[in-house]
Design a protein around this ligand. Structure first.
Ligand SMILES: [Zn+2]
Length: 233
């Protein structure tokens, strides 16, 4: 009976290992996902700065256009002036608009340069993301396949376990399952050197060993509660 329970436990431990294996996502995949996430954040940031600066440059360009128009109007008004005094007033206006235009143009040029730099940055980041995506997809697919394979092995082992468990007395199986849950995995242990519990290593009382060796009913370690197996009995 305990021989069969041991066969059940072997499968349970195998299942524990497979479940752990299933959860172990490859470091490479995690790293790539993290890298992609970082690049996407950087891209969003660069795009936001680009659009903000683009608007600022746009406003300057509108202002430049308006100053240019006003300068041209002043110039033509100067030509059509009816007196020398009026002509000189328009010429003054024309000079003022010209100066303001030049100043604003000078201020706008560095903004345009920065805008071009940001555009390069946005394009570089988009390129990096595009380069990374196929690699990530390949590794993610490999991970999907790996998990599917582990799941298939779990399925096979589970039906094997169910099959073997049918050969174990239900009340023994229930006790074993309870101890296994409480004791992190191992519910059935051998008696070591005919004196110690193979689970918690405590020295067992003689009557406990005798009961286990007698093979009558279920004998459990008085210390850890695991089911004791006198294998050589
Ligand atoms: Zn014990």
């Amino acid at each position: 009976m305990l021989e069969t329970l041991d066969q059940v436990q072997r499968r349970d431990l195998g299942l524990d290992a497979l479940l752990e294996e299933k959860g172990q996502t490859p470091g490479e995949l995690l790293e790539l996902r993290e890298r992609l996430g970082r690049l996407q954040t950087e891209l969003e940031d660069a795009e936001a700065r680009y659009s903000e600066l683009r608007q600022e440059v746009g406003r300057s360009e509108l202002e430049l256009k308006s100053l240019d128009e006003r300068r041209k109007n002043a110039a033509s008004s100067a030509l059509e002036a009816s007196s020398a005094k009026e002509a000189s007033q328009y010429q003054n206006q024309e000079m003022q608009f010209t100066t303001r235009y030049q100043e604003l143009e000078e201020d706008t040029l560095p903004l345009i340069e920065r805008l071009e730099g940001l555009e390069d940055e946005v394009n570089r980041l988009r390129g990096d993301i595009e380069d990374l995506e196929p690699e990530l997809e390949r590794i993610a697919q490999a991970e999907v396949d790996r998990v599917a394979d582990v799941k298939a092995r779990i399925g096979t082992l589970e039906s094997e376990r169910a099959e073997v468990a049918r050969g174990v007395d239900p009340s023994l199986l229930k006790q074993y399952e309870q101890v296994r849950r409480a004791r992190r995995g191992v519910g059935l242990v051998e008696i070591i050197d005919n004196q110690r519990c193979g689970g918690c290593n405590v020295r067992l009382p003689i009557h406990v060993i005798q009961k286990a060796r007698g093979g009558q009913g279920v004998t459990r370690c008085p210390s850890c509660g695991r089911i004791l197996w006198a294998k050589d009995a």
